[in-house]
Write a protein that binds this ligand. Sequence first.
Ligand SMILES: Cc1cc2nc3c(=O)[nH]c(=O)nc-3n(C[C@H](O)[C@H](O)[C@H](O)COP(=O)(O)O)c2cc1C
Length: 155
Amino acid sequence: MCFSATGNTRGVARALAGAIGADYLEIEPEQPYTEHDLDYDDETTRATVEQRDGTARPGIASAMPEWGDYDVILFGHPIWWETVPRIMCTLFEQNAAALAGKRLADFCTSGGSGIGRATDELKGIVPDAEWGVGRRFEASASAEEVAAWAQGLGF
Ligand SMILES: Cc1cc2nc3c(=O)[nH]c(=O)nc-3n(C[C@H](O)[C@H](O)[C@H](O)COP(=O)(O)O)c2cc1C
């Protein structure tokens, strides 16, 4: 599953799904992010305001999968202000019971920040799952590189 505002993580996630033969599902916000919403040089724009508000939970428009059909779920997302976009918290909180007990891992693209804080935030919402070690990728990562990470998770 993937949330991507500007396409970088989408490209990596689609390449991964193709390489390992996984289903691909995109997490679409109820209110799409405009270019202005994503301008992190302006402290008043939507994404920055949401990230500063630990309780912000932007709505999700996409239908959720039949969770029971999946044992392993990999989540792709960008890094926003060193952590997950708040919509990932919406996803995890709304589906915490369904995700418990599954094998989960996250991957990201970013301008350089690592994935550690993001993974910890998601783990904190669904601690009772088997968590693989997350990984940051460049937007230009090859399908082989991302697939090697997924296959190395031990799931
Ligand atoms: C609101 C916002 C905050 C960001 N904060 C960070 C950050 O803290 N560290 C970083 O390395 N990149 C940061 N970025 C850059 C994105 O993580 C990067 O461009 C990512 O590849 C975007 O993925 P996407 O195209 O799938 O949305 C930020 C981008 C946005 C829009």
